[in-house]
Write a protein that binds this ligand. Structure first.
Ligand SMILES: Cc1ncc(C[n+]2csc(CCOP(=O)(O)OP(=O)(O)O)c2C)c(N)n1
Length: 314
């Protein structure tokens, strides 16, 4: 979580100061526990998909940071060869199967992947991260239904950060309803977990990944969390007026890193010094990788259509 925080904070600074990262960026600052708690409950043979808010799960799953930084700078050595940007990350070796910006798209892709794992008799699980906003896409309902009927080994990971861009969940859904409730209505088991408590998230994820692997069908985790920065971009959005300063302060006081540190302090009396030391190491790591990425070559114009689907010329 500390590594993800440092990496994203520094990338936000570079994004703002240099105007060299030309891809839209959706940071997970404040949401690190959902990425780490779930991804550490998987093996590299389990595949994780995400939507646009992708850096944190990519790194938590073991994705290569060097290739992420190069991708953000649009370089050929990026994980999508500089063609995808922040919202199209991939590291198949780590089991990070891909991210895509169309809301809900990767929910159905994960269901298809998990279904194929099961059809081949492989004890593997597919997981798909999405926000509360994506649950309002029709594909969410269709995917729940298909996964329930076919007992697909998929874990739906909803990062409920209360907003879809600037639109609050309370203005979009009837009072008294929950995302968990909608999953259960479709016949999918579901749990609501404090998404800023990395230990609670991890415990739940270990349990549901095991159940899916054992053939007990799909599960949805609804993780309550909060995005600190603006929806897209490096800045803060206190002045935008769609959420109150008090609400932001309240959630920042529930910082997942601070909470984990507090929970560990008794067992690990030197935890604060360790976090400070890790921070220093990660600051160094990201400084070096950014300096390196800025000097890497861009993709060549000749290879612009490599990897693109083109109908064969007749
Ligand atoms: C099908 C589709 N509709 C609209 C958008 C534009 N859009 C991008 S992100 C976003 C809000 C997403 O909110 P949520 O799913 O809660 O995820 P969060 O950004 O909070 O992590 C919207 C509406 C899109 N990318 N795809």
């Amino acid at each position: 979580m500390v590594r993800i925080r440092v990496v994203e904070e520094r990338l936000a600074d570079h994004y703002r100061d240099e105007q060299e990262i030309r891809t839209p960026v959706h940071f997970s600052i404040g949401q690190e526990a959902t990425a780490v708690g779930v991804c550490t409950a998987t093996t590299p043979r389990d595949w994780v998909y995400t939507s646009h808010r992708s850096h944190a799960p990519y790194l938590a799953k073991g994705g290569d940071l060097r290739a992420l930084v190069a991708e953000l700078y649009g370089r050929q050595e990026g994980c999508a060869h500089g063609r995808g940007g922040s919202m199209h990350l991939i590291d198949q070796q780590a089991g990070f199967a891909g991210s895509a910006a169309i809301l809900g798209e990767m929910i159905s892709v994960a269901v298809g992947t998990a279904w194929e794992f099961a059809r081949r008799g492989e004890a593997r699980v597919a997981l798909t991260y999405f926000g509360d906003g994506a649950t309002e896409e029709g594909v969410f309902a269709e995917s729940l239904n298909f996964a329930a009927v076919h007992r697909v080994p998929v874990v739906f990971v909803c990062e409920n950060n209360l907003y879809s861009n600037c639109s609050p969940l309370a203005a979009r859904q009837p009072a008294g309803t929950t995302i968990r409730g909608r999953a259960e209505a479709a016949g999918v088991r579901a749990e609501q977990v404090d998404g800023n408590d990395v230990f609670a998230v991890h415990e739940a994820a270990l349990r549901v990944v095991r159940q899916a692997r054992e053939g007990r069908g799909p599960v949805l985790l609804e993780l309550a969390t909060y995005r600190w920065r603006e929806h897209v971009g490096p800045g803060w959005d206190h002045a935008y007026g769609y959420r109150s300063r008090e609400e932001i302060d309240r959630w920042m006081a529930r910082c997942p890193i601070l909470r984990a540190t507090e929970l560990l302090r008794e067992e690990e009396p030197h935890i604060d010094a360790a976090v400070a030391e890790w921070r220093k190491g990660f600051e160094e790591e990201i400084r070096e990788l950014v300096a390196e990425a800025r000097n890497l070559p861009f993709p060549s114009v000749d290879g612009l259509l490599d990897g693109a689907y083109l109908p064969t010329a007749r």
